[in-house]
Design a protein around this ligand. Structure first.
Ligand SMILES: Cc1ncc(COP(=O)(O)O)c(C=O)c1O
Length: 390
């Protein structure tokens, strides 16, 4: 190991949402934070070096994106996913949810139908509603072995008149890395019904052993034209506070609409730090990422083993991607409020409540395992203690 992921980093002065905004949801900031999806690891040294160099320049005027910035993204997508894109398909955006909201605003009308699959990252739901579009939900189906699949019959039954399908690929919170076959079937349904796909692939770099990320747009030429992909280095390299993401828009008419939308808001330039951090990450961050993935996978295996041995009432299936563990607490057969209170007041641990992910989330909690192993152990002990107190 060249990088020390065991090291505990004090984030009390880090102005961190994960550590300092717990009071908004849990009523206190003194819990162990295992909720917001950012990592308690230092980012890659190559990124820190690039940022230090940029800081040393001491001038932070308006930026322009060099050719090398776009090239670093194009090469990353080719190296990691064998996805060959053109530089002119790339568009900068500060954040993925900003992109999805702007896509909805500019490619649909009020009360148009937008389909999502729940349980899913909750802004998918809220961003459709806050833009006054009609939400159509196709719940994922949970199989007996604890894994999730798409319900194609349900999608087909509900997709008439839907304008946009928002896909979470890989999926937060259930941890599926959708296979090429699964995505192809979905893509064909969307083509048949003329439904544009927004594929949120922010978790595409966090893929565990024996799984492979397939960019939705890479499946076929027709699907490529019918897909807008949202990606970012922010989950992968822990850079969310720098606000750097991008869209891949192969269809020129969609590109033109979105280019105008970003121009109208004057959101066209990276900040000086996101620019160099993104390029450094994609050019030099691969070794760090490969070690990170091993560490995360070991954390996940460790947590699953701990749960099986010490809290067997909980049910959990190993995710295929993401650093998030989706845990079923329903077997406890306790009142949801009592459980929530026990986790906060006895366990002193902040977990993401499954019900916030929509249909299918009740009785589940999502645990963020992108932290030093000692924190994972502490979290599990606290959950165990909270459950035993019920
Ligand atoms: C699926 C998914 N999309 C988007 C985001 C947020 O991305 P951004 O901060 O770029 O809006 C998250 C964060 O957890 C996520 O899990």
């Amino acid at each position: 190991m060249n990088f020390n992921f065991d090291k505990i980093i004090d984030r009390s002065n880090n102005f961190s949402a994960k550590w300092s905004e717990m009071n908004k949801i849990f009523g206190t900031n003194t819990l162990l934070p295992m909720w917001v999806a950012d990592m308690d690891f230092l980012t890659a040294p190559c990124i820190m070096d690039a940022l230090k160099d940029r800081l040393e320049q001491g001038i932070f005027g308006y930026t322009t994106r060099p050719y090398s910035y776009n090239e670093s993204i194009v090469n990353w997508l080719d190296n990691r996913f064998s996805w060959k894109i053109k530089q002119e398909w790339l568009m900068f955006s500060p954040a993925v949810i900003t992109s999805i909201s702007l896509l909805i605003q500019n490619l649909t009308q009020k009360n148009d139908k937008i389909m999502i699959q729940e349980p899913v990252y909750s802004p998918f739901h809220s961003i459709v509603e806050s833009n006054e579009r009609d939400l159509v939900i196709s719940p994922l189906v949970k199989l007996d072995d604890g894994s999730y699949v798409m319900d194609y019959e349900d999608i087909e039954a509900k997709i008439k008149d839907v304008k946009i399908f928002i896909l979470c690929n890989p999926h937060n919170p259930v941890g599926r890395v959708w296979t090429r076959e699964e995505l192809t079937r979905l893509g064909e349904i969307c083509l048949k019904h003329n439904v544009l796909v927004i594929s949120d692939e922010i978790h595409s770099d966090i893929i565990l052993k024996n799984h492979k990320h397939t960019p939705f747009a890479s499946i076929s030429k027709e699907i490529e034209e019918n897909t807008i992909t949202c990606m970012a280095p922010t989950k992968t390299f822990n850079l969310a506070g720098l606000q750097s993401s991008f869209l891949v828009i192969p269809n020129p008419s969609h590109y033109e609409v979105m280019d105008k939308a970003f121009s109208r808001l004057d959101i066209k330039r990276n900040n000086a730090f996101s620019l160099v951090a993104t390029e450094a990450a994609y050019n030099y961050g691969e070794d760090w990422l490969d070690e990170l993935l091993k560490y995360i996978e070991d954390n996940i295996d460790f947590a699953i083993e701990y749960i099986k041995t010490n809290i067997p009432q909980l049910k959990v299936k190993k995710p295929e991607g993401t650093y998030l563990l989706w845990v079923d607490f329903n077997n406890l057969n306790v009142d949801e409020k009592d459980l929530k209170n026990a986790l906060i007041s006895k366990g002193r641990v902040a977990l993401s409540d499954g019900s916030s992910f929509g249909i299918g989330g009740d009785g589940y909690y999502r645990i963020n395992l992108a932290c030093p192993r000692s924190m994972v152990l502490e979290c599990l002990k606290r959950i165990e203690f909270a459950i035993n107190s019920l």
